[in-house]
Every structure is written in structure tokens, then in C-alpha cells.
Design a protein around this ligand. Structure first.
Ligand code: 5GP
Ligand code: MN
Length: 343
């Protein structure tokens, strides 16, 4: 049996009223959106269009090509590529729906336009400690993915009959990517039941896995080989492994947005490794991905040392230093976590 829906009827009632008549709605998500961010945004988009609303997804940046198959992707507006149209749509919007982020600065380029907008704002998210910048905040950090919450939102709106193949495919994609293919501890029996319902509604599990995981360029696969053979480093005394890619490395493999996704998992897959890190150089900063196994939490490390955050087993952050300095900082803080790492 599916457990209680996270969206309580009393809490969602004002939102049901808000959506009673056709509205101009913007759906937005975090900078460099991932599978959950785009899956939840496009699931919401397809749902609202089916309800007769005028909805648009506006992303604060580009996103990986392996997500372009998502239904409705051709209608997405990337803010940096179409600033004028995006600004106009924001100024006319009745409602802004914020998905898969907890702080407005996670949108980077859209922070100001979101926080200063007069539109009613709704947040649906699964990161801890949401900032209070929305009129309606639905924050459920125990949920494995924002896509799971969008499913429960639609059900709570009494619209489960609207979930068609397109919406089911979008929701499946986000749950799959945020749970690393249904393997994280956040993946509950209930989420499996939601997945089963999505398949009943037409989600094409085999196609989604292929689109997301078997869709890399030849150069990207060579880059993975380079990471494994030349760049993987192990610090056995702290059960830690890490990989780094400089601007030159990324250029050599003609890396594009999304090519670095998943590389941190190579380091985490080593036997006995509890903590894995991946550093790569971007034009603005060094991006850091942190992953862990079991009870060791990377969230605090991301917050304390890398201006970031996230979840217990998957967090990220950034450093405004050289890549060598970022790695040195990471290695220098490991003794602080010794007891937890060696537990
Ligand atoms: P990734 O390593 O895949 O970039 O990010 C993993 C998770 O860490 C994301 O789902 C997100 O929750 C969090 N995260 C990544 N980068 C940042 C960041 O710069 N700031 C914050 N607050 N969280 C981040
Ligand atoms: Mn997410």
C-alpha cells in the first residue's frame, strides 16, 4: 500500500484554489540542472499544460544533452540564451514554481528576478533547510527526489488521471538519476510502488536508462578511461579516493555540459572507499562533487569548506582557488573526519 501522501490536504488547498483558473506560470530550477531538476520541471510543465495553464520552463543555464529527449524539452527557455524573452515572461507571470533547490542563490543567474518578482511562488524540494522566499513551501528532505514530490503533488491535486506517458517518463527519469538507479538508501518501498505506477501509466524504463546512461560521446568515454588510469588517487588511511580534471584535460576531451556527471562514482566504487571526491575546473570556479557510502555524511564537509551543501551521501560545492589548492584543502581536512571515516 502507498503510504500517506506527503502533501497534506489542508496545506495544498490554497494551491488548488490558485490553480482553479488558467494562470501564467513559470517553472524554474537550479543552475546546471540535472535529471531530477529537468525531470521535475518538465513533468510539472506537461501536467500544467494538460490542465489548461500557460506554462513555461526557464532554466538558469544550459544542461546535459542526455536530457534533451524529455517530453517538452523543445519548449524550454535557457535564460542565458534568451534573456529578453525570459525577463518578459517573469514580469508577466502569475505564479513561479521553484523545483529542486532550497536557496534562491542555487539558481545563480535567476536569483534576483525570482526574489523580486511579485508572482505567487511555490517551492517543491527535497534539500534540507529551505530559505523562506516562497509563499508556499513544500520541503520534504526525506524524499529521494523532487520528481517523487511532483508525483505526490499531482496526486494530492486529485489529478492522478492526468499522469500520462510523457509525465510518467519525466518523473521516472528524476527518481532514477537522483537515486543512482534506485540504489540509494533514500529509495523506499513506497518509491518503488510509485515507479510501478509510472510504468502502468506508460513510463518506458528501458528507453530512459538507455537515453541517460548509454548516450555518451566517444570523447567522454575516453575521458572516463583517462580519469581511471591517470587521475584516480587513493588515500587508503582515510578510506578516500578522488579524481580531478583541469581545464586542459577537459579541453583535450572536448568536454561539454554533463560529461563530468557520474565520474565521482568511479572513485566511490572502489572497495573500502567511504568518501569520494571529484574536482573539475570551470571558467568561474573549481566545482567539487562529494559522495559517501553508509552513515558518513558529506553534506557538512561541503557546507563548511566548499560553500555548498546537498544530501548525506551526495553533496557538492565550489572553491575560488586553483585546482591544486582545492585538492590540498580537501586532503588537509581529512584528519578532522578520521573517526567517522574509519568507523
Ligand atoms: P553534484 O555533485 O552532482 O554536482 O551535486 C550533488 C548534490 O549536491 C546536488 O544534488 C545538490 O544537492 C548538491 N550541490 C551541488 N553543488 C552545490 C552547490 O554549489 N551548493 C549547494 N548548496 N549544493 C550543491
Ligand atoms: Mn534532486
Amino acid at each position: 500500500m502507498i503510504q500517506k501522501n506527503r502533501f497534506e490536504y489542508e496545506e495544498i488547498l490554497p494551491v488548488i484554489r490558485l490553480f482553479e483558473y488558467p494562470k501564467k506560470i513559470i517553472i524554474t530550477t537550479h543552475f546546471k540542472p540535472d535529471g531530477d531538476a529537468m525531470g521535475s520541471s518538465l513533468a510539472m510543465y506537461n501536467y500544467l499544460i494538460a490542465k489548461g495553464h500557460d506554462a513555461t520552463v526557464i532554466t538558469p543555464s544550459d544542461y546535459p544533452e542526455f536530457l534533451f529527449w524529455l517530453p517538452g524539452n523543445d519548449k524550454v527557455i535557457e535564460y542565458p540564451k534568451n534573456k529578453e524573452l525570459a525577463a518578459k515572461l517573469f514580469s508577466e507571470a502569475d505564479i513561479i514554481i521553484c523545483l529542486d533547490f532550497n536557496q534562491p542563490n542555487r539558481t545563480e543567474t535567476l536569483e534576483e528576478v525570482i526574489t523580486t518578482s511579485k508572482a505567487k511562488k511555490i517551492l517543491i524540494d527535497h534539500h534540507l533547510h529551505p530559505a523562506s522566499f516562497c509563499d508556499y513551501t513544500f520541503s520534504y528532505p526525506l524524499s529521494c527526489a523532487t520528481c517523487e514530490l511532483v508525483y505526490q503533488f499531482i496526486v494530492a491535486m486529485d489529478d492522478s488521471n492526468i499522469i500520462n506517458k510523457d509525465i510518467a517518463n519525466c518523473i521516472y527519469c528524476g527518481i532514477m538519476t537522483d537515486t543512482n538507479s534506485f540504489r540509494f538508501e533514500t529509495m523506499t518501498a513506497d518509491t518503488h510502488r510509485i515507479i510501478a505506477d509510472l510504468m502502468d501509466k506508460g513510463a518506458e524504463n528501458y528507453k530512459i536508462h538507455e537515453n541517460v546512461f548509454d548516450n555518451f560521446s566517444f570523447d567522454r568515454m575516453k575521458m572516463v578511461g583517462f580519469c581511471m588510469y591517470n587521475k584516480l588517487q587513493m588515500i587508503p588511511q582515510f578510506k578516500t579516493a578522488f579524481i580531478s580534471l583541469s581545464k586542459e584535460d577537459l579541453e583535450e576531451f572536448e568536454s561539454t555540459t554533463g560529461d563530468t556527471e557520474g565520474i565521482v562514482n568511479i572513485a566511490l566504487a572502489i572497495k573500502d572507499v567511504k568518501l569520494a571526491a571529484f574536482f573539475y575546473e570551470t571558467p568561474k570556479c573549481i566545482k567539487i562533487s562529494l559522495r559517501s557510502k553508509g552513515s558518513f555524511s558529506v553534506k557538512e564537509m561541503a557546507q563548511k569548506y566548499f560553500e555548498g551543501g546537498g544530501h548525506r551521501n551526495a553533496s557538492g560545492g565550489k572553491a575560488f582557488t586553483s585546482i591544486e589548492e582545492a585538492i590540498n584543502l580537501f586532503v588537509s581536512i581529512l584528519p578532522e573526519y578520521r573517526d567517522e571515516l574509519l568507523k
